[in-house]
Design a binder for this molecule. Structure first.
Ligand SMILES: *[C@@H]1O[C@H](CO)[C@@H](O)[C@H](O)[C@H]1NC(C)=O
Length: 163
């Protein structure tokens, strides 16, 4: 009896701490928004500062500055990322690029047609890529440190594979 009492108290405490952490870090909102639209929460980094979704479904996501995150390849977020949000889709993306064969290519659409397939479709204009949804489950850390140097260097050299 007292053990059961203690563990329910512990669970309650964990719950309180967790919800406090989430609300302070602001990352429940955009990530919950994505989930409620059938998209994985990790499509945007944990450092999202704010977002706005207007009545037409235009989503604007604000970060502190440009930053880079690593999924299967590296992805560059600009300070403001825009897209049209509908169920299972981010269309007409602006402010998001993906590294592909040493080039930074703008990501146009991100689509989850069927969550049970476990696949997500990334449209980078030249190609469609099917990736595992699980890559995008958790919001990644997005790093701004050394960003301009890194990208400038890689643009200039262009033939350096770090994988
Ligand atoms: C996004 O939404 C705007 C406003 O509704 C619309 O004008 C635009 O064509 C849409 N873009 C795409 C790629 O769906």
């Amino acid at each position: 009896m007292s053990m059961a009492h203690t563990s329910s108290q512990a669970i309650f405490l964990v719950f309180v701490v967790l919800s406090f952490t989430l609300s302070v870090a602001h990352f429940s909102s955009i990530h919950e928004l994505l989930r409620s639209h059938g998209l994985p929460a990790g499509l945007f980094p944990e450092s999202v500062k704010s977002y706005n979704l207007d009545h037409k479904g235009v989503l604007e996501v604000n970060l502190d500055g440009p930053c880079m995150a690593k999924y299967e390849t590296r992805v560059l977020f600009e300070t403001v990322v825009r897209a049209n949000l509908s169920f299972g889709q981010l269309k007409g993306l602006e402010g998001l690029s993906q590294e592909e064969l040493f080039l930074w290519l703008p990501v146009k659409d991100i689509i989850v047609n069927d969550p049970s397939s476990g696949l997500i479709l990334i449209d980078i204009g030249l190609a469609h890529k099917q990736l595992s949804l699980s890559l995008f489950e958790d919001p990644p850390v997005c790093r701004s440190q050394g960003l301009s140097l890194n990208i400038g260097g890689r643009k200039g050299i262009g033939f350096q594979d770090q994988r």
